[in-house]
Ligand binder design. Structure first.
Ligand code: CTP
Ligand code: MG
Length: 230
């Protein structure tokens, strides 16, 4: 079965408070989106790649990726899940239901090539698929109380993981799972949660904790530092 890639890049980066969506901020003079896409495409044998973009996006034509004939674009949607589903629909003519699709956030340029190949190798014979994830490092508190939250209890973190991307699932199963969540108004913040809602059990593949999702302004310097050491 073939490998397909979806890189959702239709967000507006509200929390970054920048003058453009965060995937078009530059690190070492390159768009974050270009760094992310080249890390993926240079480290795994993808058959094709679809990037859902915001309808108001006017930065894409200035990207390196716009000149890369391995990459196609489509129109994204209101939420991340809508954007991913729109990309799957755009690929549906080319992909088989049993093919794999990897979904990776445009805002995660620090993906290590080894994590990408390890994810693919670990899951290639699995019926469902799974995701890169990292064990939680901090002690976790469950909040109760009123205006000023109080600790209700300390949560056992030994079974808690942070969900990262890429997330890798069978093309047809992921499309069906996302469609079903959107029809049922079921909140979906990642592909795994959609699969879980369909009763599937995605595999957690341990990845490096520095696979950072650039979210707030201070993440930029951190990402530059991590990229310098990859
Ligand atoms: N994304 C998308 N379509 C949306 C919302 C998000 O394709 N409707 C993409 C973003 O471009 C990003 C990834 O999903 O690459 C992860 O989302 P997030 O980090 O939340 O990015 P934004 O939604 O852009 O940021 P914010 O939530 O701060 O506005
Ligand atoms: Mg968002």
């Amino acid at each position: 079965s073939q490998l397909w890639l979806v890189v959702p890049a239709a967000g507006i980066g509200q929390r970054m408070k920048a003058e453009c969506p965060k995937q078009y901020l530059k690190i070492n003079n390159r768009f974050i989106l270009d760094i992310t896409l080249s890390r993926l495409l240079d480290n795994a044998p993808f058959k094709g790649c679809m990037v859902p973009l915001n309808p108001a996006d006017h930065w894409w034509p200035d990207s390196e990726s716009a000149k890369d004939d391995r990459i196609q674009t489509c129109t994204g949607g209101k939420e991340r899940a809508d954007s991913v589903l729109s990309a799957l629909h755009a690929l549906a003519e080319q992909a088989e239901d049993s093919d794999w699709v990897l979904v990776h956030d445009a805002a995660r340029p620090c993906l290590h090539g080894h994590d990408l190949s390890n994810l693919i190798d670990t899951l290639s014979d699995h019926p469902v698929g799974g995701l890169l994830a990292a064990p939680v490092a901090d002690t976790l508190k469950l909040a109760g109380g009123g205006v000023q939250p109080e600790v209700e209890e300390t949560v056992d973190r030994s079974r808690l993981w942070r969900a990262l991307t890429p997330q890798m699932f069978r093309f047809g199963a992921l499309r069906a799972a996302l469609e079903s969540c959107l029809e049922n108004n079921q909140p979906v913040t990642d592909e795994s949660s959609a699969m879980e809602f369909s009763g599937k059990m995605p595999v957690l593949v341990e990845g490096r904790p520095d696979n950072l999702k650039i979210t707030v302004p201070s993440d930029l310097a951190l990402a530059e530092f991590i990229l310098g050491r990859l």
